[in-house]
Design a protein around this ligand. Structure first.
Ligand code: HMG
Ligand code: MG
Length: 298
């Protein structure tokens, strides 16, 4: 049966802003995080500790993490692809770190400059160090439905990656449709493949909305009992490695759907819309959220 409550992880400050061409000052990112927590988000993916040559947008990771006035009960997560990233991140005391791999070999090479097998070798000491430090560990799995270079990705490859991540101690995983090509039944197959290795409470859906399928895919995931989702306020983002790919599904749209279905999220939609309007105003455009635009023009 469909879950009665859903936990949303807003990845806008990280997945969204990592793709913005307009430089976003740390103070604006910090204010965005503050507004998200005021709106009731209990998990926020704040930044990443990656090479500033690869992703200059996240070079202010320390400044952003240090500038947040933390709210109790809110978990702040950060991406760490290797030990170098972890060692920098740990100083900023994240509640959770995220290692990120890919179900597609070609995407792994382009995104993190190594094969899937090599990525697991790099993640293993990061996971070990994080768990030893009492920091939770999530694994993101990119291209679980389709890849910009390889096309369709078979569910077996998702199961394979999920098994590898489980094997090194990753506690929960994100099933990402990186380029938003998925449709409901395909997404369910990727989720079912992941559920071979992780329990239902430890699997989250991470759907980009390029083809307008992300809400349908969210509903399809709910039908399987999945109740953790990543989304991005104002639908921020894109994918630097996939032409025309858009951001994650807008958090506002997910919350609107869930509220309409009587599913509890703990999020105040008006305050969330305010957070989305704040960052969209800064970027000089309308929020990429249908619900937000409908409610703002009412
Ligand atoms: P590499 O070049 O293979 O790394 O990059 P390396 O170990 O050979 O080091 C090369 C240089 O990078 C050295 O500096 C290192 O110090 C530096 P140099 O001596 O040349 O001056 N370096 C670092 N600097 C800062 N932080 C680090 C770090 N590691 C090495 N952690 C690496 C490998 C992973 C670092 C690189 O490929 C990289 O940064 N990639 C960026 C990946 C990224 O951020 N992608 C976007 C996030 S993933 C995503 O969006 C998908 C997701 O949303 C799910 C979905 O939708 O699919 C999660
Ligand atoms: Mg993503």
């Amino acid at each position: 049966s469909i879950p009665s409550r859903v936990r949303l992880i807003d990845v806008g400050p990280r997945d969204g802003l990592q793709n913005e061409k307009t430089p976003v000052p740390a103070a604006v990112k910090i204010e965005l995080v503050h507004r998200l927590q005021q709106a009731g988000l209990k998990e926020i993916e704040v930044t990443s500790y990656v090479s500033p040559k690869w992703v200059p947008q996240m070079a202010d990771n320390h400044e952003v993490m240090a500038g947040i006035t933390r709210q109790s009960g809110v978990a702040y997560s950060v991406l760490t692809p290797n030990l170098k990233g972890f060692e920098a991140a740990v100083l900023d005391k994240p509640d959770e770190i995220v290692v990120f791999g890919s179900a597609s070999e070609a995407f792994s090479q382009r995104n993190i400059n190594c094969s899937i097998a090599e990525s697991i070798e790099r993640f293993a000491p990061v996971v070990e160090a994080a768990l030893a430090a009492g920091i939770r560990v999530r694994g993101a799995m990119s291209c679980t439905v389709g890849c910009p270079y390889e096309g369709d990705i078979a569910p077996e490859r998702v199961a394979y990656l999920a098994g590898l991540l489980k094997g090194i101690g990753v506690q929960r995983v994100d099933v990402a449709d990186t380029i938003g090509v998925g449709t409901p039944r395909k997404v369910q197959k990727a989720l079912e493949a992941t559920l071979q290795h992780f329990g239902i409470d430890d699997v989250s859906g991470h759907f980009h909305d390029t083809y307008g399928q992300a809400l349908s895919n969210t509903l399809a995931a709910l039908e399987l009992g999945v109740w953790n989702f990543q989304s991005s306020v104002a639908g921020l983002g894109g994918c630097p490695y996939a032409k025309g790919a858009t951001g994650n599904v807008a958090t506002e749209d997910v919350v609107y759907m869930l509220q309409g279905m009587g599913i509890e999220t703990g999020i105040d939609l008006d305050k969330l819309i305010d957070a989305g309007a704040y960052i969209s105003d800064f970027l000089g455009r309308k929020p990429n959220s249908r619900a937000s635009n409908a409610l703002l023009t009412k």
